[in-house]
Ligand binder design. Sequence first.
Ligand code: LLP
Length: 437
Amino acid sequence: MHSFRYVDGSLKCEGVDLDSVASEVGTPAYVYSAETIRNNFRRLDAALSPLGDRMICYAMKANSNLSVLNLLAKEGSGFDIVSGGELFRVLKAGGRADRCTFAGVGKTAGDIDFALRQGIYSFNVESEEELERINEVAGKVGLVAPIAVRVNPDVDAPTHKYISTGKSKNKFGIGLDRAAAVYERAESLPHIRIRGLQTHIGSQILKAPPFAEAVRKLTPLVLELKAKHGLEFFSVGGGVGIVYRGALASGDAAWWKGSGEETLELDGERLAPEVYAAEVIDPLKALGLRILFEPGRFIVGNAGVLLTSVLYRKSTPTKNFVIVDAGMNDLIRPALYEGHHEIEPLHQPKDATLEKVDVVGPVCESGDFFAQDREIPVLAPGDRIALMSSGAYGFVMASTYNARPLLPEVLVEGEKATVVRVRQTWDDLIRGEKVPG
Ligand code: LLP
């Protein structure tokens, strides 16, 4: 569910007109709905409540704006982090280190040191060498490091090849065959305390059975390790997929695509939290442990849009291009994963004529596109559009390629829109640089 809909022909986020946000902060700009983020968190947590002892650790790599983290910390969320910088953000946003799990294959000694001193809940260990490094750093700091081993269940999850992680050919985790030996080693290390076991099969997964399959596959190992080493928790990772096609599910969804009636049922497209929960609860309950979840995209994906304005139109003998002011440096998902983001004009045109166009950005790369050969309403220079479902892996993956400043982020809460990150300036672009001599 989300809080973007047309009211009298204008696209709104909660009670705020997106065109007025665009006029105020300029385009391109990211806009997030606080209500949607909160509802997604609450709905997932409610669906998982039969589990009893559980902790949702929001995978903040999806969207790490301080206002988003603060909102989720207030909901009681923990955080799945992958760097010292992410932990720094959590702390600045009012979150707690003892509700953070630290994942990632390349933790540095500096990151480990910082997280230990802050009292991290668990390090998710991704390799045997990393385990030794954590022990070494903990010894120096004079602390004991709580750890979980990330075990790769070798489960095939249907998703884009760049975001599938649960197969043995991926760089993530430790194979099922090695896991017991790694726990033996961990048990013998003086500055390590075994706390849990973690897994993650991939991202943007729209079917529930692969999650349950991963849990079932790991169950004998988890029960054995629990008896031997006293595990406290099992983390099933993140990966719950969202709707990207037909993302505007409201009474007038897809108004220009069909009858004008609601044509798309949002939860028919995304993996509804209740469906996910129904599949995983039984196998998870059987473990008799505290259960952790690491959703990223599910919490924020449908809660954000990228506003952009049409600059020019241009035609070649084979193509019609609509050139907008946002580029692949602002939202890289189409270029990197062939990600689909729906395009919705901020004002519904009177004329419902469609045309087939490529919507492209100003960056000097052929991969700089948001849509190819897509039928959308006719757009003219000055028109503004929203690229839907851009709340996850949007701003956080942005760069300043082509010396394009990072975009502003706006958080909407009811009738109120707050700029929660200002647009970078050209001076920001050169901060810290110098010409020698
Ligand atoms: N836990 C671990 C260990 C992960 O590696 C990830 C995501 C998550 C949780 C959260 O996954 P989610 O619930 O958001 O699917 N940039 C890509 C997605 C990369 C996902 C990386 N890991 C995209 O835009 O599709």
